[in-house]
Ligand binder design. Structure first.
Ligand code: ADP
Ligand code: MG
Length: 351
């Protein structure tokens, strides 16, 4: 593995497909050893940015640097990047060992060195015992591990992963999140991973870049993205979020006729009400941020019960309560919904 981990700087990077600008002046500074996740809806440019870093897509403007050295002009094979592709792109006619050895052959490593490195890479992902197995005989999780071993076997400076877990079912996906994160931290390798799964981003990333239409809307720690979303787009992308439109008068925000703590901004804004950060009661709360509502529907889900609530002048919102902590509520009941956040999150409404 690299003795010293690599920093990545992406400065004013833009890229177009014909008249369509797919990346619009992207800026990101990634510290050595950091795990960054690009999170955004389909078509927001995540794969394109990854491929631009890898050297498979050519940028039109800006620069990409590894530890202060510009690499934007280098061909892909000279960037020393390990890549886990979305579909893994394993060679189906080769064994596990041959797949993992492939990048070393391309790099003209000697046979003995190759054998040692392949064993080490497979041990890292707990597949050492399957070295001669064919790819076709592997489960989804095993394929994922082979792809990771192949990406890391030549000691790359940077690891890129495009939706590495999207082919796996939920429980395996969670196990692999821990496993990949553990390997990444142990190796200290700077990593950029793409996902559209917010849980995956929150649990794995040191920093999350929220992408939208070829731009980075917010680039900060998982906690900061969650607690201080920059706008309604980011807020809606992280957490199970309801947005309640606020009114403004006399320099204050109002939810209905309740003044919400904080100063008005003059910009159209919304309260971020996460579905699991609320309390439901029959009596009007004395303090805090709360709003009257009508129960339109409820769904028992075991540990949790989900309610659909109608608010005055707002669209329906969805909330989750711990089943054993709430009273009996039925359809048609008038209730109060109160935020359990000490400080309300208020965001400007993104166009
Ligand atoms: P994401 O990975 O976030 O889903 P992509 O980076 O794959 O998004 O694509 C971003 C946008 O660029 C999409 O609108 C997509 O249709 C477009 N795009 C991707 N590849 C090409 C291409 N080779 N030619 C033209 N448009 C492309
Ligand atoms: Mg993609």
């Amino acid at each position: 593995m690299p003795e010293v981990s690599t920093s990545v700087r992406i400065a004013d990077v833009s890229m177009s497909y014909g008249a369509f600008q797919v990346l619009q002046s992207i800026n990101m500074q990634i510290a050595p050893g950091e795990f960054v996740t690009l999170l955004g809806p389909s078509g927001s440019g995540k794969t394109t940015l990854l491929m631009a870093i890898a050297g498979f897509a050519q940028i039109d403007a800006g620069r990409i640097e590894f530890s202060g050295r510009e690499i934007s002009g280098l061909p892909a094979e000279r960037r020393n990047i390990g890549i886990v592709f979305q579909n893994y792109a394993l060679f189906p006619h080769m064994t596990i060992g041959e797949n993992v050895a492939y990048p070393l052959k391309v790099r003209r490593w000697g046979k003995a060195e190759r054998a040692i490195a392949v064993q080490e890479a497979l041990a890292r992902v707990q597949l050492g015992h399957l070295i001669d197995r064919n790819i076709a005989q592997l489960s989804g999780g095993q394929r994922q591990r082979v792809a990771l071993a192949r990406a890391l076997v030549f000691n790359p400076s940077v690891l890129l992963m495009d939706e590495p877990l999207s082919a796996l079912d939920k429980s395996l996906r969670e196990d692999m999140q821990f496993e990949i994160k553990e390997i990444q931290k142990r190796l200290g390798i700077t990593t950029i991973s793409v996902t559209h799964d917010q849980r995956e981003a929150l649990s794995m990333a040191d920093k999350i870049a929220i992408m939208r239409a070829g731009q980075v809307e917010q680039f900060s720690s998982a906690r900061e993205v969650f607690d201080s979303p920059k706008n309604s787009f980011v807020a809606q992308f992280i957490g199970d979020t309801n947005l309640l439109r606020l009114k403004q008068a006399n320099g204050r925000f109002y939810l209905g006729d309740l003044a919400v703590p904080g100063n008005g901004t003059g910009v159209a804004s919304a309260l971020v009400l996460r579905s699991d950060e609320i309390e439901l009661s029959r009596e009007k709360p004395q303090v805090g941020v709360f709003v009257p509502a009508r129960i339109n529907a409820s769904a028992y889900q075991g540990t949790e019960t989900v309610f659909h609530l109608g608010l005055d002048g707002q669209e329906q919102i969805s909330i989750r309560c711990r089943t054993n902590e709430i009273g009996q509520f039925s359809e048609g009941d008038q209730v109060w919904v109160k935020s359990t956040r000490p400080d309300p999150i208020i965001v400007p409404i993104a166009e």
